[in-house]
Write a protein that binds this ligand. Structure first.
Ligand code: PLP
Length: 449
């Protein structure tokens, strides 16, 4: 058995993991031991047992330019030699300033202020608090309700869980969560109105309108994951729904929060998913690919109008939210280097090619007995596995097929983590054509067998 440099065997390490670590989402006695990963390069993870595994989910959707990219490594090392961290209250530094400037250049028009935090959930928490206090500062404190969508997932902290749809993730905590108004999502394969997507007129949007009407001037904000609802089932939207949400928020005078923690930085084929319908949100949340999968960082960016509502010598109007590692210079430096790669390496063209290849390779799988639906957006290919195509019956997030599929793909050296019955492939954008072909081949073999 191979040895770690410290002389600890792989098995020892796994035992030690079980003794002292608490891994996310894996407390089952029957859960397989965690993969002991030694090294990453490009789309591959190299395991301590000598295997090479293709990272088919971009290490939880964060990695975009590949593991251990030389330019990102260099940006990180160089920043570490200069300034590793300093508090961001009353201090500032070039990496944070430059990153804010560059983000404002590419974010939807109207966004002009960048608030940094630590991860996707904190980016969302900050957005909720910002929207809530914005109305208080303007003397409209009755606007205290949030509207969120069915199948939403916005993170694991308490506010983010409150706006997420009820699921095994949130269930034990339901008494702790604040109540929100829940509105239909455009889940076309499982249409909430049982309509035919080919002939409907985005009728599910009427539910949001009904909520906005009934709550009147009590709504602080509507929060959405534009174009692709992630952990709630990889649900791809028609762009018309996104456009409609923006129109309704304008019409009813409330704020629109776009949670682009997953979709930001090219995942859906546009730099930001809001671009699919030329939507300008009032607040946008970013994380994950912001630092290309290197370091935790969150951004909650907003408009001047919202920022100005907090500008006051009256301290009660201050946004009292901040984290120790806010605007961490190392994270900022890597994020800047990642944006540089977008400019110099035609990354969006690469994603467009990946999208074409995913469509060609995965769409024919709808012919398989247990493939209910195939959807592709940008660099994400999604396959919904069902027990029966007629009834579309499936077990949701706890579907027993999820772990079985994950184990089989891992045996084939492909890392995929289905969301229950929803299998998806979301590789780093640097994946080569032949590697995509190989992964699709594995998926075809496993689902076709
Ligand atoms: N928002 C969305 C849309 C997400 O997909 C996620 C994570 O998957 C989050 C927020 C939470 O991000 P984090 O896991 O960094 O807290």
């Amino acid at each position: 058995m191979s040895q770690y440099r410290s002389g600890v065997s792989e098995l020892d390490l796994i035992r030690r993991d079980h003794a002292h670590l608490w891994h996310p989402y894996t407390q089952m006695h029957t859960a397989p031991p965690p993969l002991a990963v030694n090294r990453g390069e490009g789309v591959y993870l190299y395991l301590e047992d000598g295997r090479r595994v293709l990272d088919g989910i971009s290490s939880w959707w964060v990695n975009i330019h590949g593991h251990c990219h030389p330019k990102l490594n260099e940006a990180l090392a160089s920043q570490a030699r200069t300034l590793e961290h300093v508090l961001f209250a009353g201090c500032t530094h070039r990496p944070a300033v430059e990153l804010a400037e560059q983000l404002i250049e590419i974010l939807p028009a109207g966004i002009s202020r960048v608030f940094y935090s630590d991860n996707g959930s904190t980016a969302v928490e900050a957005a909720l608090k910002m929207a809530y206090q914005y109305w208080q500062n303007r003397g409209e404190s009755q606007r205290s309700t949030f509207i969120a969508l069915q199948h939403a997932y916005h993170g694991d902290t308490v506010g983010a869980m409150s706006i997420s749809a009820d699921s095994p993730f949130t269930h034990p905590f339901s008494p702790l969560l604040f109540s929100v108004v829940r509105s239909h999502a455009p889940y076309c394969y499982r249409c909430p109105l049982s309509l035919n997507p080919a002939s409907c007129s985005i009728d599910c949007l009427k539910d949001l309108e009904r909520c906005l009407q009934s709550k009147g001037n009590e709504v602080a904000a509507v929060i959405i994951e534009p174009m692709l609802q992630g952990a709630g089932g990889m649900i791809v939207w028609p762009a018309e729904f996104l456009a409609g949400v923006r129109r309704l928020c304008h019409q009813y005078g409330t704020l629109l929060i776009a949670d682009e923690v997953l979709t930001g930085f090219g995942r859906t084929g546009k730099m930001f998913a809001c671009e699919h319908a030329s939507v300008r949100p009032d607040i946008i949340c970013l994380s994950k690919a912001l630092t290309a999968g290197y370091l935790p960082m969150g951004v909650t960016a907003t408009t001047e109008r919202i920022y100005e509502a907090f500008l006051s010598d009256d301290r009660s109007k201050t946004f009292f939210h901040g984290h120790s590692y806010t605007a961490n210079p190392l994270s900022c430096a890597v994020a800047l280097a990642s944006l540089e790669l977008f400019r110099t390496e035609n990354v969006l063209d690469r994603i467009a090619a990946l999208e074409r290849q995913l469509r060609t390779g995965l769409e024919p799988l709808t012919a398989f007995e247990h493939v209910g639906n195939v959807r592709v957006i940008g660099g994400v290919g999604i396959i919904e596995v069902v027990q029966d195509k007629q009834t579309r019956e499936a077990g949701g997030y706890l579907d027993h097929n999820g772990p079985l599929l994950a184990t089989e793909f891992l045996r084939r050296n492909l890392l995929l983590r289905p969301l229950g019955n929803v299998l998806y492939f979301m590789p780093p954008y640097v994946i080569a054509e032949k590697e995509v072909d190989w992964a699709i081949g594995q998926i075809r073999e496993v689902l076709g067998s």
